[in-house]
Write a protein that binds this ligand. Structure first.
Ligand code: BJW
Length: 257
């Protein structure tokens, strides 16, 4: 593995040409410069609750009001945040590469979409979508706060004589990621590519299956890059590790300043 600092003129650049395919993976660190708290940075706590208490099916079953308060606060915060140069650099790279680019994000804050990314797989869901905790109706756009007042209930279930709560469209601990999302990522990596780059940014490499994508990409012949503000759990599995903030590093690294 090569490790680089980012100061000075010697910032590395990924050569992107007509033969290059890029799979990008982002995590909470990419939104840190937009003012959104990371997970492990906050010691995994929210108002004194462990993240698993508010981001797990067990947590929702035990205290749905607490969970909706957590996600309503997150909705409010994310709605006020703005995409930063890291988000915009990835959107600019997509514009250049078209179908030779795919962004898999663990972030649920919508900032990649708002920066213009469209070839986007939201591996852990989206804060601004809601679904039923019981039936398989389509998740729908929802920007409301349920921090106070009655919890939202599924009207379709009610028509069938069942009571079922709505829940955030988020992949919680212990839940399966959407197989269609994983298929899209796998299919992208399986495509014939003369030059394949896997670029991860702002992720601690702790949470699976996202943490294992670097290994899958390497098996498919990718050159792998990590941009992170500190060494990640899986840094050693990347060919190149750049220590720095994604909003400062990505525009230059991708040549889209
Ligand atoms: C910057 C920066 C700047 C800061 N610039 N960098 C295999 C082995 C062991 C366990 C498992 C396994 N497979 C599955 C599991 C269980 C579990 C898991 O991974 N647990 C681990 C904690 C051990 N995985 C799951 O349950 C997943 N489901 C699944 O695999 O189903 C099948 C299965 C289940 C059980 C057993 C086996 C199989 C689902 C995972 C869902 C994750 N959900 C969460 C919360 C919900 C989303 C929400 O509410 O927002 O998603 S957890 C939380 O972590 C969130 C994040 O998306 C996710 C990843 O965190 P991320 O993005 O990496 O953030 P941080 O905070 O950890 O790191 C930020 C980094 O940025 C830091 O390093 C900073 O330094 C850096 N940084 N500023 C660049 N400016």
């Amino acid at each position: 593995m090569s490790q680089c600092a980012t100061q000075g003129d010697s910032q590395p650049r990924i050569a992107v040409d007509d033969r290059t395919h890029v799979l990008a993976l982002t995590g909470a660190g990419v939104s840190a410069e937009s003012g959104i708290a990371t997970f492990r940075g906050a010691k995994g706590l929210w108002e004194g609750h462990r993240i698993e208490e508010v981001a797990s099916p067990e947590g929702f079953a035990a205290d749905p009001q607490l969970v909706w308060r957590f996600y309503s606060a997150r909705r409010e915060k994310a709605a006020l945040a703005q995409p930063n140069p890291g988000h915009r650099a990835l959107a600019a790279l997509e514009e250049r590469l078209g179908d030779r680019f795919l962004l898999a994000s663990q972030n649920v804050d919508d900032l990649h979409g708002r920066a213009g990314s469209t070839r986007l797989v939201e591996l852990h869901g989206n804060l601004f979508r809601t679904r039923c905790s019981e039936c398989d109706r389509e998740p729908f756009r929802d920007e409301k706060s349920y921090a106070a007042g009655p919890l939202p209930q599924c009207d379709l279930c009610l028509k069938q004589g069942r009571r079922a709560l709505f829940r955030p469209h988020i992949v919680w601990f212990g839940e399966m990621l959407d197989p269609e999302d994983l298929r899209r990522v796998d299919e992208f990596l399986a495509r014939p590519a003369e030059r394949l780059i896997f670029l991860a940014a702002g992720t601690s490499g702790v949470v699976w299956p996202a943490a294992g994508l670097v290994d899958l990409a390497r098996r498919r012949g990718a050159q792998t890059w990590l941009v992170n503000a500190e060494p990640a759990e899986n840094s050693s599995r990347f060919h190149h590790f750049i220590l720095g903030k994604s909003g400062e590093v990505l525009p230059g690294l991708l040549g889209v300043e």
